[in-house]
Design a protein around this ligand. Structure first.
Ligand SMILES: NC(=O)c1ccc[n+]([C@@H]2O[C@H](COP(=O)([O-])OP(=O)(O)OC[C@H]3O[C@@H](n4cnc5c(N)ncnc54)[C@H](OP(=O)(O)O)[C@@H]3O)[C@@H](O)[C@H]2O)c1
Length: 299
């Protein structure tokens, strides 16, 4: 288990990041700066070694503020592990001209981990460190309905591939490539519910594999064995991919049909409900987790 480390984890309040936080916080000598836009609300009193910090990491200023806060709470000690996990999707038909909407996604999913890399290298200044990044299986194989998300993650995938060729030896880079994982991701992607891509994993399984991968110095963590297998299969026999994409495109077509049958009022109501739902689900997950940790400590 990773222990006695100073850790920054972004996207810590929900989903994969939250499950990673659970695991890392179990070693009481780890000190973790847990970052998200709602971390202080969701993670207050979660564990003594977790310091929640509300910050939007989608800008230079946001990432700079995370490093400043880490310097303060770790009392000038270096960050042993920086895990850039925060990210989000859109699930949609890409048929609009909206520069800002596209840019918003790239700022969080792509520019932020790239800028974090540069900042972390300077912070380490030759000392050992680990940069972990959550990329995505969709960053290696595009999917219908996820054009902007796919491209933001393909770019991050390209970055990690290129930067490994020039990164200093003192840096370990571990990248995670989850398939669909049952988190708030699918609530954020569109206020109207839709069918998830196949297969679906649970975030605690993904987090366990990622933490083990970081610990053992892996370059890549692919938590679903099916994804690795399908890449080989689709490489050898491309029609398999055509069939898979056909099935996923059918899901998008059903979603488009669903939208067409919804009134403007229904769509507005779904959009209004979404923020509340996400917070409620995150609070639920944190409460459940606290209970599990307390029960384990009592044994
Ligand atoms: N779930 C999947 O199917 C899947 C598959 C492949 C890859 N991924 C990737 O896995 C990572 C984690 O996603 P998840 O599935 O765990 O989704 P999630 O449950 O929605 O969690 C996302 C986390 O990121 C935070 N976040 C989002 N935007 C942020 C910003 N601008 N600044 C700071 N924090 C931000 C969210 O908290 P706040 O809202 O409080 O900021 C939340 O803590 C993402 O990079 C995602 O792209 C997910």
């Amino acid at each position: 288990m990773i222990h006695n480390k100073t850790i920054v984890l972004t996207g810590a309040s929900s989903g994969i990041g939250f499950q990673v936080l659970r695991l890392l916080s179990q070693s009481s000598d780890n000190k973790i700066l847990a970052v998200s836009r709602h971390a202080e609300q969701l993670l207050k009193n979660f564990a003594d070694n977790v310091i929640p910090f509300n910050m939007d990491i989608s800008s230079k200023e946001g990432v700079d503020a995370v490093f400043e806060k880490a310097n303060e709470v770790f009392e000038g000690k270096k960050i042993d592990l920086f895990y850039a996990n925060a990210g989000f999707p859109y699930y949609e038909e890409f048929n609009y001209e909206d520069w800002d909407r596209v840019e918003t996604m790239f700022k969080t999913n792509t520019f932020s981990p790239i800028y974090t890399y540069a900042k972390y290298i300077h912070h380490l200044d030759g000392r050992d460190g680990i940069l972990a990044i959550t990329v995505s299986a969709i960053g290696q194989m595009a999917m219908p309905g996820y054009a902007i998300y796919s491209s933001s993650k393909f770019a991050t995938h390209g970055f990690q591939e290129a930067i490994r060729l020039e990164a200093p030896k003192n840096l370990q880079i571990t990248c995670l490539y989850p398939v669909a994982t049952d988190t708030n991701f699918f609530r954020v992607a569109n206020p109207v519910s839709f069918e998830k891509p196949f297969p679906v994993q649970q975030p605690d399984v993904v987090a366990r594999k990622m933490v083990a991968g970081i610990e053992s110095g892996k370059k890549f963590v692919s938590p679903s064995p099916l994804f690795g297998l399908s890449k080989v299969l689709m490489g050898v026999c491309p029609p398999v991919r055509t069939v898979y994409w056909g099935l996923e495109t059918a899901k998008l077509n059903r979603f488009k049909e669903k939208l067409r049958n919804m009134s403007k009022e229904d769509l507005e109501a779904a959009a209004q409900k979404i923020g509340k739902d996400i917070i409620e689900k995150s609070v639920e997950a944190v409460e459940k987790s606290k209970e599990a940790i307390e029960a384990a400590l009592k044994k």
